[in-house]
Design a protein around this ligand. Structure first.
Ligand code: NAD
Length: 440
């Protein structure tokens, strides 16, 4: 048996492995490569022992399933589904399920690993997982979507479970999809298993505050960053890219804190008002017209210009790779709060650091969602449900504590917040591996 702490004489260190094997980042827009570039950097700084380095680079399990679905017209179509468990040393796999035409195994692997690091940054007892089905849900009827969800769940029945792997909503999946997953799993187990998914409807074991949790977490982290930098809240100008679950809630709560939201965007375009946009008014417009385009309370601007506005805080809360080495030098914000997963490429990181931009990295900034998912799982297992104030108070203390945990690693090692977040989380996962010992 080998203690992973001590490498036998002649065994290469993680630094040497990385030094010899590290390819230049071939395609930094590939999320798996972007994630691995950050992991490698943290592993190198931590001088992670070589066995652990190799273990943490490789996802534990990658499952590909064929998902046959009877279309309403009677024809059978077969979709491809994925579920990846990156690391489950700290607890069951946790991560959302995406229904999207752009889903690839590489993307799911990156998102699963991000979940490992995210859960470790906020120190909740989950590992990292993610899943997806390659499909365009907009062309599926509700009953086709239900059959797709149920067959995907049935194909992964021995993977999912409250003790092993707990899905949640992600791109194009929602409470209703989670309800179908819970029902399918429960029918197979012959009893109701509420803890098998989070992000469920409240009536069937969901948690109060879950819908707002990611945006709320972004706001808590942004307030801590402003306080740390000695910047005021009142009148601070903010631009928010993406006006969905994360972006709209973040905008609404930042406005309530006295910040001025000067620009917002969705996939239909971006709008700007130097005096501030009334977020409830914009939400009402979306409610009635579905998209921001044509919103009369602000002027239309080019979508890409939103990122380069003269604002204090930028919240990218839409898509991956929004901030790249091409546009990073034109960003004027002092603080970036990454509501989305992977909105900044590794090349852009370097430029932003040189410009002195304070980046709250995704694995910390948007961890509010998984934190309240954890609360939901705890409540389901206890069969006892908390009021919303309790959920929000506990969320606040976890995000504040995590922010300061990351900040103290950053100042101790003189690294930026992203590298510090990776160092903290990689070390937390590594510590559990060392305690458990290597079954190798
Ligand atoms: P959503 O579907 O509710 O909203 C996405 C928003 O982004 C929509 O307003 C959409 O129109 C807009 N958008 C899409 N492409 C755009 C573009 N090119 N430019 C500007 N806007 C664009 O999704 P969401 O749940 O808010 O998730 C947003 C991001 O946050 C994703 O990266 C997701 O993985 C991440 N995230 C979400 C959660 C959560 O709890 N929902 C948790 C952690 C991370």
């Amino acid at each position: 048996m080998t203690d992973t702490n001590t490498s036998a004489a002649g065994v290469r260190t993680a630094r040497e492995i990385i030094g010899r094997s590290k390819d230049p980042v071939l395609d930094e827009n590939n999320p798996f490569e972007a994630m691995m570039a950050r992991f490698d950097h943290a592993a190198e700084l931590l001088d992670l022992d070589p066995g652990l380095y190799k273990v943490l680079r490789a996802p534990e399990k990658q499952v590909i399933v064929a998902v046959p679905v009877m279309r309403d017209a009677g024809e059978v179509e077969v979709f491809t589904g994925y579920r990846v468990l990156h690391n489950t040393s700290r607890g069951p796999g946790k991560g959302g399920i995406r229904f999207d035409l752009n889903v690839t195994l590489d993307e799911v692997k990156a998102l699963a690993a991000w979940m490992t690091w995210k859960c470790a940054v906020v120190n909740i007892p989950f590992g990292g997982a993610k899943g997806g089905v390659v499909c365009d849900p907009s062309v599926l009827s509700i009953s086709e979507l239900e059959r797709l969800t149920r067959r995907y769940t049935a194909s992964l029945i021995e993977i999912f479970g409250p003790e092993s792997d707990i899905p949640a909503p992600d791109v194009n999946t929602n409470e209703r999809v989670m309800a179908w997953i819970m029902d399918t799993f429960s029918m197979h187990k012959r009893h109701a298993v509420t803890g098998v998914v989070t992000g469920k409807p409240i009536e069937m074991g969901g948690s109060l505050g879950r819908r707002e949790a990611t945006g709320r977490g972004c706001v808590i982290a942004t307030k801590e960053a402003l306080r740390h930098l000695g910047l005021p809240m009142r009148g601070t100008k903010v631009a928010v890219q993406g006006f969905g679950n994360v972006g709209s809630v973040a905008a609404q709560l930042l406005e309530q804190e006295g910040l001025t939201i000067v620009a917002i965007s969705d996939k239909s375009g971006a709008v700007y008002n130097a005096n501030g946009i009334y977020i409830n008014d914009a939400l009402q417009w979306i409610h009635e017209h579905r998209f921001l385009i044509g919103y009369p309370g602000a002027d239309a601007i080019a979508a890409d210009d939103l990122l380069e506005l003269d604002v204090d805080v930028l919240v990218p809360a839409a898509v991956e790779n929004a901030i790249t080495r091409k546009n990073a030098s034109r960003i004027k914000a002092r603080v970036i709060c990454e509501g989305a997963n992977g909105p900044t490429t590794p090349g852009a990181d370097r430029v932003l650091e040189e410009q002195g931009v304070f980046v709250i990295p995704d694995i910390l900034a948007n961890a509010g969602g998984v934190t309240v998912s954890y609360f939901e799982w705890v409540q389901d297992r206890a069969g006892y449900f908390w009021d919303e104030a309790t959920v929000n108070d506990r969320l606040q203390s976890i995000i504040q504590r995590s922010f300061h945990d990351v900040l103290s690693v950053a100042s101790r090692h003189q690294v930026n917040m992203r590298t510090a977040a990776y160092m903290l989380s990689v070390e937390r996962v590594a510590a559990v591996h060392r305690l458990r010992g290597m079954y190798a």
